[in-house]
Write a protein that binds this ligand. Sequence first.
Ligand code: ADP
Ligand code: MG
Length: 696
Amino acid sequence: MDRRISEIFGSMVFNDDVMRERLPKEVYKSLTKTIATGRTIDPSIADVVANAMKDWAVEKGATHYTHWFQPLTGVTAEKHDAFISPVGSCKVVMEFSGKELIRGESDASSFPSGGLRATFEARGYTAWDPASYAFVKDGTLYIPTAFCSYTGEALDSKTPLLRSMDVLSNQALRILRLFGDTQSKHVDITVGAEQEYFIIDKKMYDRRKDLVYTGRTLFGAPAPKGQELEDHYFGPLKTRIAAFMSDLDEALWIMGINAKTKHNEAAPAQHELAPIYATTNIAVDQNLLTMEYMKKIAEKHGLVCLLHEKPYAGVNGSGKHNNWSLNANGKNLLDPGKTPEENVQFLLILAAIIKAVDDYQDLMRVSVAHAGNDHRLGANEAPPAIVSVFVGEELNALIDSIVDGTAYKGAKKAMMDLGIPTVPVFRKDTTDRNRTSPFAFTGNKFEFRMLGSSQNIALPNTVLNTAVAESFRQFADVLEGADNLDAAVAKLIRETFTAHKRIIFDGNGYSEEWEKEAKKRGLSNLRTSVDAYKTFMDSKNVSLFSSMGVMSETEMRSREEIYFENYSKIINIEALTMIVMASRDYIPAAEKYIALIADAAAKKRAICEDLSCAVEKDIVRRLSDCVASAYSGVEKLKVEESYAASLTDAKARAEYYVSKVIPLMEELRASVDAMEVLTASEFWPVPTYGDMMFRV
Ligand code: ADP
Ligand code: MG
């Protein structure tokens, strides 16, 4: 297998090896320089690159090409054009020009624009991102692109991300120069996204309207067994799952995606896949492709991959851990080394990141806010809605000593001795794990853990990059003018840690005490997505993005509108689905069962008048009560849902869904779930929680 993997790996990707082999030397040099340094591409090489790409793609079986982009729908978009170009009246040749590679035109009017695009100007453009490799998939050459309006405003997730990578690199370089790095021309921002997901049998999935329409179950009484035995996490893979995972790995490797780790997760039927990290924009594109392949390959195995944050109530939901670091000239800037207390550059960078997270807690929260993720954050299975930073015992002690001006005693490098002669004694990591922290330092990278499993990771990284760039900018402004650099750096580190210590928290993020303590510290606690969205346009946030050139106020305003709208649409679809399922599936099923029981009682009495029908009576009465409350629940939900949908202001509408519609949805669910446990299995119209989670 070993050789086979190295042969297939990246075989459908127009990667560095292919470019070196197929492009003229000068063109290759110019293109790789653009990729490595983030500099603008020389347009004169575009025709040559396009032609080489086309020849390669045709050899791989491609007949079409597409600009592949990330509109604000959360999923990717593509429109396929054939390479053919007519010659004379009955012949064609395969052609692909530099112009077609660099720029595409797309009708922007059907994608969310948040009011950005006036109706008379529907034109939109896609623009090649040369730093993310093109690839061939299903007979089409895919070209990763950015997507903008006719007037140049970003209509996608990639454009602000690329801008944020550029500003962070530039500001980080200013810091590195102060420490004598004259070599680095670019700072690379690396990301590894660990992806969680659920798997369900396709036949069961098809019978659940809620899964089909909304991606999560809107009803369902708990199964007798959940995750309490902790027997699924890292447990042996079921044969069917193992076969799916193996096919998935292979498909991803072919696409040059370094799928590395796979295992069972905490909840039944929940799993995780982690790739090896890559440069941020590539990591984003690859995560989108990974999600797409998860769904596709699952179908081939008669399965469905659920990427929703909370497919099932009562067991853990799915998130995505965004591992993030900075790299210059092959050196990880977040590596503290053996003696972090002497690593001033590391401490300054650490201070900058802590400051960034503290200054822009609200934006970090916004970046992971969407309807699905509201079911996880703060639900004792994922980080709380309060943003804080975990640095571990060692760095915590070091930061304390810096703030207090006391001597740092150094960390005890504890050894692990299991007392078994044949097992070697080894050194323990100095940072233990803290699973409850939203933003944790894990040795040489930060892990942002609030992301939802279904989301595009571009926005969280855009926010993080921009906020850290702003810290670096402020630091560089101070330090570049300093007479005594060493003293100025020491002062700045101390001041920064002192000012932003409140965001550091190493304790249990799930506890009630933390909520109280966080409040005392003045940290924001934005419980719902809608609470979070309301902070997005705060003047400090607008000034961050606009001063850094990452997003203009107009671009932000359009996003704000889309956030609110998208939230409302999701809840609206969920409410409508509940109405349909309750009135057309569940209530009729319970009524049928009631009739059967009533019939049984009548028949019993007919045979023998003094037979007790107490059980039948009880079942009929209790089930009838549930039916009545489900029925009235449906009626109430109908009224509020249609009122909510009629509100014209996006923010007011979203707020109404949170305050009025969601509580009614929860009420309706409770009535139906109570019905489920009273109704005979054979009458229940859909697969149960137990069926779905334990019979894959
Ligand atoms: P952990 O056990 O702490 O989760 P792993 O080594 O398993 O750490 O890594 C988890 C994820 O973090 C992987 O996707 C990995 O590629 C990624 N990762 C590791 N180092 C870096 C880094 N320097 N920058 C970004 N991501 C990284
Ligand atoms: Mg992890």
